[in-house]
Design a protein around this ligand. Structure first.
Ligand SMILES: [Zn+2]
Length: 227
């Protein structure tokens, strides 16, 4: 498994390598650095990448209590540059990946940040432009792979459960942790081609020591790029 080529969708790499083991990751709620830049290449092109919908980076922020609908921080976190009137600012529409590097690159194994943004501030037209964020808690991400789906990052977070699955149903990615019992039920449903079985999935077993995930089974198409 080589995630050093960050232009590769990890999901497609997964589909090509049966003996894959993927490293765990983690996230922490922190106050933001004073200046941040958009991470380049973190936005999916839905035409080319399967699973652009599904579990989103916005949902991951809300999962950590950031930008919960109706709360005071349910808004775009960019104070500057100022957005023009009539733009989507100050709505919280997406989870935007941010870095302290002005070139927008997150080094492999490095950290980046995730914060609520409107679509105007999240646009690639704003790449390389310094943002001043609100002084409110955001998420620091460790081991994020550029262009990684939110569902895959969430699956790589540590869990007490022994199994984890990432699945694509109706073109959307979701992931969840499974006990041994739930995993057996999941596999039985897939084997019997139950009506509610998942179209395509990757099932992993989690290492108790380091939380890494080893691929133990997969179903559905061999090449996700055909989706
Ligand atoms: Zn904005």
């Amino acid at each position: 498994m080589d995630f050093s080529n960050q232009s590769i969708n990890p999901a497609i790499v997964l589909s090509e390598n049966k003996s894959v083991k993927i490293e765990s990751t983690f996230a922490t709620v922190v106050y933001p650095p004073s200046t941040l830049y958009n991470v380049q290449g973190s936005t999916y092109d839905p035409k080319h990448i399967p699973g652009a919908s599904g579990y989103s980076w916005k949902q991951l922020l809300i999962y950590y209590g950031i930008g919960v609908p109706g709360n005071a921080d349910d808004c775009c976190f960019a104070i500057s540059p100022p957005a023009p009137g009539g733009s989507t600012h100050p709505q919280f529409l997406v989870g935007g990946h941010m870095t302290t590097s002005s070139n927008g690159v997150v080094p492999v194994g490095g950290i980046c940040y995730l914060m609520p943004l409107c679509k105007w501030h999240n646009s690639t037209n704003r790449d390389g432009i310094p943002f001043t964020p609100l002084h409110k808690p955001i998420l620091e991400l460790y081991g994020y792979m550029q262009a990684e789906p939110a569902a895959l990052f969430k699956m790589r977070l540590p869990s007490e459960e022994r199994f984890a699955v990432i699945r694509i149903k109706d073109g959307s990615w979701i992931s969840e942790n499974l006990s041994e019992n739930s995993m057996n039920l999941f596999e039985a449903r897939s084997k019997n081609k139950a009506a509610d079985a998942d179209d395509h999935y990757f099932l992993f077993e989690r290492d108790k020591e380091d939380n890494s995930l080893t691929l133990v089974n997969q179903g559905g198409v061999k090449d996700l790029s055909e989706l």
